[in-house]
Write a protein of this length. Structure first.
Length: 218
């Protein structure tokens, strides 16, 4: 397989709307040929689904998941038509996403929702850590890019690794399902409730328990 650079993946992603891992695989499978890589994505149904981004998805469902009576999640997931909203595959997707929220405890749906001051605070923390680690200051900006990406993977639902398959992100999983469903699919919002919330040890233990349970079900 051809060597694939981050800039190549970024360019293909911007052109097709497909996930980073899908773009990387497409380029590797096609020897770095962008035209063939785009065709590869279309054949898989990935780029086709992403191409629906300009459509309005105002139908959908509120999916729920309760773990042991102690963690409860509600997720609003949208599609284009009421017909698809009543489709079992679409409703199953909603439940999968609710399970992800229960297990991985994201704070936002996507990175664009993170307030600027929150993101800047995270960067300040990371810079302080780099200083403490005595990393050369000239390298901070480059290192910071990777650290912020890791931050997104922790706090943003669509950037998180899917608990049932850690080789793909939640956003990529949704795009693949949307291709099969045949409509634009969008996660709008979620709410996560924990019994005794605020008792950090208990909350952390519950999240680990959910993740372990879902992992064994994969």
């Amino acid at each position: 397989m051809a060597e694939v650079s981050a800039s190549m993946v970024k360019e293909l992603r911007e052109k097709t709307g497909a996930g980073m891992m899908d773009c990387k695989k497409a380029l590797a499978e096609t020897g770095g040929d962008f035209t063939k890589a785009e065709e590869w994505l279309r054949k898989k149904g990935i780029a086709r689904a992403a191409g629906k981004a300009d459509r309005v998805a105002a139908e959908g469902v509120i999916a729920t998941y309760v773990h042991g009576g102690r963690i409860g999640v509600m997720v609003e997931i949208n599609c284009e038509t009421d017909f698809v909203a009543r489709n079992e595959d679409f409703q199953d997707l909603g439940r999968e996403i609710a399970m992800q929220v229960a297990a991985a405890s994201p704070q936002y749906v996507r990175r664009e929702e993170i307030p600027a001051d929150v993101l800047e605070k995270e960067k300040e923390i990371q810079r302080a850590q780099l200083k403490e680690q005595k990393k050369p200051e000239a390298m901070w900006d480059k290192i910071l890019v990777g650290k912020i990406e890791k931050y997104y993977e922790t706090v943003c639902l669509v950037d998180q690794l899917w608990v049932k398959d850690d080789k793909k992100k939640v956003g990529e999983m949704v795009t693949e399902r949307a291709a099969k469903i045949g409509e634009k699919v969008s996660i709008r919002r979620f709410a996560r409730f924990v019994v005794g919330e605020g008792i950090e040890k208990k909350k952390d233990d519950l999240a680990a328990e959910v993740a372990k349970t879902l992992g064994t079900q994969a």
